[in-house]
Design a protein. Sequence first.
Length: 436
Amino acid sequence: MNLTNTPAQTSIWRAIRGFSPDLRKFLLFATFSGIVSGAIILDFNLYASSLGYSNITIGYLNAIRSFATFFIGLPSGFLADRFGYRPFLFFAIVSMFLAPFTLILFPAQISCILYIILFSMGSSLLWVISLPILAGLSAQNERVHTFSANAFITTASFAVGNLVGGYAPELQARMFNGNPNDPAALRTTFFVAAFINLIMFFIALSVHIPRNTFTRAENTADAAAAQQNTFWRKQSLLIKFIIPSALIGLGAGAFITFQQLYFHQRFHLDPGPIANILAISQVLTAVAILAAPWLSKHVGKVNASLITEYISIPFLLTLGFTYNFTEALTAFYIRGALMNMNSPITDALAMDLLPANQRGKFTSIQNAMGNLGRGGLGPAISGWLQALGGYGAAFSFTAITYFIAATLYFRFFHGVESETTLFGWFAKRKTAHARQ
């Protein structure tokens, strides 16, 4: 399949105003979901550390999440395509609502395991069904803007969640003359997260989600395509999307899982300052995401992905080996913005190229494989590498996986757009300037 780059004639803000009411409601739902995730993810590792668990044990706790995500997320996309997305949406909300209470009521290792399982179930289901729902509620020419808006909103709300996770313990500690790093203070975040989940439930009630999120025309086109293509050819496209995603998840698990502990252990920061750092990073990433439609329009979706991932690698290595706080902070911000701004671009390309009846399958497999690395193998490998060579060894592993993933992604998809190479784009721009 060959896709041409259709210039986006409207800004992302104007595009949002033109979205359907149900799409805007679902984006509001995603806003609160991002706040919950940002708050809980910030504090969980710190909470486990406050209970006395080592980095290796914390890595294993996060590994449990990957297996829970794998067994729940893998079949959920297949089942949601068949039975509808709405029941899975509500099941996800209930799981995420119950998860914080396990940490509130049972301050022991069993509570951490129960939390990991429940939160992983909920977040996995939300991830699996969100992309097909967004694709179904938007037209094809809206999807880059739709996924960019979704990525911007969830990233910005994740930053708000980081602030909630950082300052809720600080506030509790000041009120009761305690320590923000104590388990009792950190549990305040989990109370707030449970309350926000209630708000999410009522928003979800108001969203009309069709049982099948692809249109009759798309379904007919898929049926015609199925008669012309072999089973392996259709599955090979799916596999080509999954392999780079799995590698990115593996590398991300070795880095992102430990970013809070990185700043706490290397630079001795408390939850409040760590929350500020992560929140600012999310804001900068959100701003960078706004440039995603522009970048994909000018260089193509595949080239945009290659550029951002390659350029981020030196900054990732800087984080691993520097002990200068300013250098680490600058590298952290730039790496986060570059790696995350291509997410809506690659999501849009996948939804464009894959048949509509494979979208749920794609997101479920992508989520399962990505979280197997991000929440399981990645943290376990990272904890082991940290024991051998510190953060430098762990983040070097992440850099290698990112490089391989970006290279494979370009190799698989560089021919699907009209501008097949980055060099061709530069030559085209040079010719245009010469004519002026």
